[in-house]
Design a protein. Structure first.
Lengths: 336, 321
């Protein structure tokens, strides 16, 4: 795996803030996220359920559910702000330049359309192909994602395929128009463990061959360790740590990241040892603490943590490792 | 692009032929005896409606005053009426009337209902509220009253206009008042029949538009029109088919009811409703005059209802135990 070139990032999200309308008024669920994805880079976005990782990605192509709205920030994709472009321009980006793979392959395919027709749809729409060309390309795509007998499979309905197969079809749909960026929103959560590994390998393989950037959203840090170049750890709608994957595993800096890594069971663990977990629950939207959102659950929290929100700052002596934690930053300062 | 496929084990047997949703539903439908019986009757009636005039032994209008009010016999299967017309032929022709009215009315009602309902559900907001307001308003007016008012207020002026046109042009087309009948019957019945379809489709669309495959379609950059027509409406169609099947039966009953009340298809065009109305006056003496059209109307209604139930089970396999 070659390190991605350092240049203007393909996707540059700055200060993205998302709110949900509740009966008690608007509540912040994504709070000023900064995230960049370089050309050809694969970024893992990690966090527990409800931390805003899916919403962040959906907001990029403006597919947020009704009551959830972007309140601030910019999201530049290839130099254009996704959050402010016209609807028709946006439609060209959706499916054409940014491909999406959704979480649940069982429900993300139209049950009454043959998979071939569903695959052809974006090709006819974005690439102005005729039916025959689109069909040829659809077969090619199915072969690309490793579906056996694509010429026959193309006439199958989604319910005739297994979960893993459907997720491959979803990936094929995401890839249909050679997107520059593929956003995969927990694409393996609904699948068996063996199939999960296959899908990860598939994306790893395709990313290199098609030279596209990938954002892989997951709550399973271990799963993507071998896939991604960089990891952004999300907690309660903010990026708490952002580091090259090797660096993150070698030197997790934020207490939350450490907790996440510690909670991955290892074979070398003693049998009798208890699985490590992080106590407490993330704050509800609208009830965010005043200071660092993780402070109430953090064993290292100090007075300042409850008072002010830490900014995402570079870790001293590292390359591209950033963390948002007062304690970690001070400790490193002292060590340096 | 030259890419080697990633190898994997398929859980789908390669020799298994693809089974479409519809074929699947069809298999479930034919396993349901009542539904098959209903379907058979519906097909028979449809056949009679299309080919009836060539099948009947007598013309439905020809009077034979020497053979009035005859009981059923081999010559007249359902007997004859008070003008000596063959009741069987009239019932057969009435089938055509019933089908034409039911199909045209249901088609118009479904077209209006699906369009408005789907758009209301999909776009929401003010459009949705307006459509639902019209739906509620239409549903709150008593059906029969509305139809009677429409017919009573429009029939005379239209007929008068037609007659004036005939006097002016001598074109025999303007003497064909049957078209006025049909127009008024179709129009007024469609007007009262669309709201249930609109509501049904709207509710379906509301539940479907939030499904992941619709979000996925949006993420592919497809237009609203394409998403509505290819992703949402086809998925809403199952309950609609059921409702249409039942609706055809209802429309037949409705047509008969209007004819019975004298606001439907006018004599001498045979309609089950006006035959029942005529038969009711003399049923103590000539019960066959009432029994024949009533039985056929009942049969048709039951058949459509069984077929509708069968379709419901076939298209919602999870709902049917």
């Amino acid at each position: 795996m070659t390190a991605p070139e350092i240049q203007k990032p393909l996707l540059d999200v700055r200060g993205l803030t998302i709110e949900i309308e509740t009966r008690r008024g608007p509540a912040v669920i994504v709070d000023g996220i900064n995230l960049t994805v370089g050309k050809g880079e694969t970024v893992g976005v990690v966090g527990e359920s409800g931390c805003g990782k899916s919403l962040t990605m959906l907001s990029l192509v403006r597919l947020l559910p009704n009551k959830i709205k972007v309140k601030g920030g910019t999201a530049e994709f290839a130099g254009r702000d996704l959050l402010r472009m016209s609807k028709s321009e946006l439609r060209q980006v959706r499916g054409g330049k940014i491909g999406f793979v959704f979480q649940d392959p069982m429900t993300s395919l139209n049950p009454v359309m043959r998979i071939g027709d569903q695959l052809c749809e974006p090709l006819i729409y974005h690439r102005s192909m005729n039916k025959a060309e689109a069909r040829t390309r659809a077969i090619e795509l199915l072969r690309l994602v490793g579906i056996p007998g694509p010429e026959q499979r193309i006439t199958a309905y989604p319910h005739e395929l297994s979960g893993g197969m459907r997720q491959r079809v979803m990936i094929a749909m995401g890839l249909a128009c050679d997107p520059e960026l593929l956003i995969a929103d927990e694409p393996t959560t609904a699948l068996d463990v063996t199939i999960q590994a296959q899908i990860v390998d598939l994306v790893k393989d395709l990313r290199k061959k098609l030279n596209m950037s990938v954002v892989w959203i997951t709550h399973d840090l271990a799963l993507i360790a071998g896939l991604v170049d960089r990891v952004a750890v999300l907690y309660a709608g903010t990026v708490v740590e952002d580091a090259p994957v090797g660096e993150l595993f070698a030197r997790p800096t934020h207490p939350y990241t450490r907790g996440l890594l510690a909670s991955i069971p290892k074979l070398s663990d003693e049998r009798a040892s208890r699985l490590s977990s992080i106590g407490g629950t993330p704050p509800e939207p609208g009830r965010r603490p005043k200071g660092c959102p993780f402070a109430p659950r953090c064993a290292l929290a100090e007075a300042v943590c409850h008072e002010r929100v830490p900014a995402l700052e570079p870790v001293v002596g590292s390359n591209g490792h950033r963390v948002a934690c007062f304690v970690a930053q001070r400790q490193m300062m002292e060590a340096a | 692009m030259t890419i080697t496929p990633v190898n994997l084990s398929s859980s789908v047997a390669d020799d298994e032929p693809p089974v479409s949703l519809w074929r699947d539903a069809w298999h479930r439908l034919v396993r349901n005896k009542l539904a098959v019986a209903g379907l058979a009757v519906v097909v028979l009636l449809a056949f009679v409606a299309v080919f009836g005039p060539w099948l009947t032994p007598y013309d439905f209008l020809t009077q034979d005053l020497n053979a009035r009010n005859q009981a059923p016999s081999l010559a007249h299967l359902f007997g004859t009426d008070d003008l000596g017309r063959d009741v069987f032929s009239r019932v057969v022709y009435g089938t055509r009337t019933a089908f034409v009215v039911a199909i045209v009315v249901t088609t118009i009602a479904v077209a209006i209902g699906v369009t408005l309902g789907a758009m209301a559900g999909f776009f929401g907001g003010l459009f949705d509220r307006t459509v639902m307001w019209f739906t509620d308003m239409t549903m709150s007016v008593p059906n029969l009253l509305l139809v009677v008012v429409i017919n009573a207020s429009l029939k005379t002026p239209i007929t008068a206009w037609m007659e004036a046109r005939y006097q002016a042009t001598l074109n025999p087309f303007y003497r064909e008042t049957i078209w006025v009948d049909f127009l008024l019957v179709f129009g007024s019945m469609a007007l009262i029949s669309w709201p249930p379809y609109a509501r049904l489709v709207r509710a379906q669309v509301l539940s479907i538009r939030g499904r992941p495959y619709v979000t996925a379609a949006r993420a592919l950059g497809l237009t609203n029109r394409l998403i509505l027509m290819r992703y949402i409406v086809p998925n809403a169609i199952g309950p609609l088919i059921v409702s249409v099947s039942a609706g055809l039966g209802t429309a037949m009953v409705l047509e008969s009811a209007f004819s019975f009340l004298g606001v439907g298809v006018n004599p001498p065009t045979p309609s089950w409703g006006n035959m029942i109305s005529d038969g009711l006056r003399v049923w103590q003496h000539y019960p066959h005059l009432l029994a024949a059209p009533a039985a056929v109307l009942g049969l048709a209604t039951v058949a459509f209802s069984f077929l509708g139930d069968g379709l419901n089970d076939a298209l919602n396999p999870r709902g049917s135990k």
